[in-house]
Ligand binder design. Structure first.
Ligand code: HEM
Length: 148
């Protein structure tokens, strides 16, 4: 790897390659600014203040990409799917989450490689977090229509 960080050491973790906390802080902040105005997602967050949730997601992402392990120190093993079980996450909620994360990413200064790596991960993680099927739809038809 040719990239280096402020200390002059070769950058060794994706966390450093992304730009460290100077990257993750504004990313997650931009995401939560959108969650704050989202009628599907906002009601899911039990706390009036979104700042603690913002901090948890930032710590988690930093740790996941090889940064400080503050998340583990404070929260223990992530068990993310289990921690999301109290919330009803259907396809619509999942897509709102991804939409806001996408828009937050677009606002950041990222290389194409970093963007692609982060997006692939978030996409997979968000699909894995879905725990509720979407409401079944009859697409506007009723059973009696079929027999006409
Ligand atoms: C798919 C849509 C998603 C929805 C609707 C959703 C919603 C939520 C909600 C309501 C909370 C509780 C707020 C809190 O106490 O922090 C939460 C926590 C959290 N979420 Fe998500 N989430 C989603 C996907 C994800 C994904 C993809 C990740 C990781 C890449 C993630 C990481 C986290 C983390 C780290 C926490 C804090 C867990 C803890 O330590 O208690 N979430 N999420």
């Amino acid at each position: 790897m040719t990239e280096s960080n402020d200390s002059g050491r070769p950058a060794t973790t994706p966390y450093e390659l992304f730009g460290g906390s100077a990257f993750f802080e504004p990313l997650v902040h931009a995401f939560y600014e959108r969650v704050a105005h989202d009628d599907v997602l906002r009601p899911m967050y039990p706390e009036g203040d979104l700042a603690p949730a913002e901090r948890r997601l930032r710590m988690f992402l930093e740790q996941y990409w090889g940064g400080p392990t503050t998340y583990d120190d404070e929260r223990g093993h992530p068990r993310l799917r289990a921690r999301h079980m109290p919330y009803r996450i259907d396809g619509a909620a999942r897509d709102r989450w991804l939409r806001h994360m996408h828009d937050a990413m677009v606002e950041q200064d990222m290389s194409a490689d970093n963007e692609s790596a982060l997006w692939q991960y978030l996409l997979g993680a968000a699909f894995a977090m879905q725990n509720t099927d979407d409401e079944p739809t009859t697409h506007g038809f009723t059973v009696t229509d079929v027999n006409k």
